[in-house]
Design a protein around this ligand. Sequence first.
Ligand SMILES: [Zn+2]
Length: 293
Amino acid sequence: MADGIVRGLLPGELKAVVAVVTQTAREARARHRLAPTSAALLAQGLAGGVLLAALQKGDSRVNLQVECDGPLRGLFVDAGADGTARGYAKSPHVDLELGEGQFRWRGALGNSGFLSVLRDIGTEYYRSSTELRAMDLARDLDHYFETSDQVPTRVALALKKSPGDDLGVVAGALVQCLPGGDRHALDEWGARLDEALKAAVDSVGESGAEAVFRAVFPQAEVLAQVGVAFTCTCSKARALETLKSLGAPDVQHLVDTLGSTAVTCHFCGAKHEISLPDLLQILDELGAPSPKN
Ligand SMILES: [Zn+2]
C-alpha cells in the first residue's frame, strides 16, 4: 500500500492528521544503507517531518532537524505539504539492542541535544529550536509545539515490525487545536493517542493512511488526502552549481589534483559524476583564464 497523509477535523475544533511513511522509510534505509537503529530513528523522523509538513499550506516545506550527543548524532528530514519527503541520519551505522519503554531510544540519541524546525512560510523562513528533553521523538515534538510553536498539539509515532522487516509499518498521528479549539478534548486525545495509533497500526497499518486515520479518529471528517513518496530534488545541474559556488581557485585545484570529481547528495545518496570537461566549463563560466594546451 502506498504511503500517504490524511487530514481531517475532529469535534471540538481540532485538526487531526495521520501519516503512513512505510515505503518512504524503507527507501531511505536502502538509499543510505542504514543499520536497524539508524533506520528506525530516521523512519520516525520522516513520520514527524511529514506530519509537520501536513500542517503547512500550498507547496511550502518543513525541515526537521535533530542534533544529539548519542551515537546517531542526529538526523535531518525535508518534507513538503505535497507529500514529498527525503532525509538522512548523521550516523548510518547505529545498531543497538533496544528495550521497551520511554527510555529505549537513549542508547542511540544520548542524553542531550536539540530539535529544530525550519518552516518555509512562502516569503520567508521561520526557524525555532527546543532542547531535547525526553530523548523520544514524539515526546520531544510535543515539547517543541508547547515551547516554540505555542499551538497546543499532541503527536504519536508508531513503528510496527513485520515478519522479516523491522519497518513493517511506520506511521504518525497528530492532533492540534484550531483557534478556539477545545483544549480539554485535546488533552483527552493526548492521553490516548499513542495507544490509539499503535492499535490502528497493528490492525490496519498495511491498508494505508486512510484506514489508519479512520481507526484512530472514527468520529473525524476527512478533509484531504495526499500520497507520500521519497523524492529528492538533486541533479547533476545542481551539483555543478554547488561546485561553481566554491569559486575559481577551488575548481582549478580540483582540475589540477583530481581531474574529475563526484558530488554525493546527503539527502538521497545519489552520486553525480563531474568530468574534467564539466570542471573546465565551470572555470570558463567563472571567467577564469583558459588552461594552456
Ligand atoms: Zn539527492
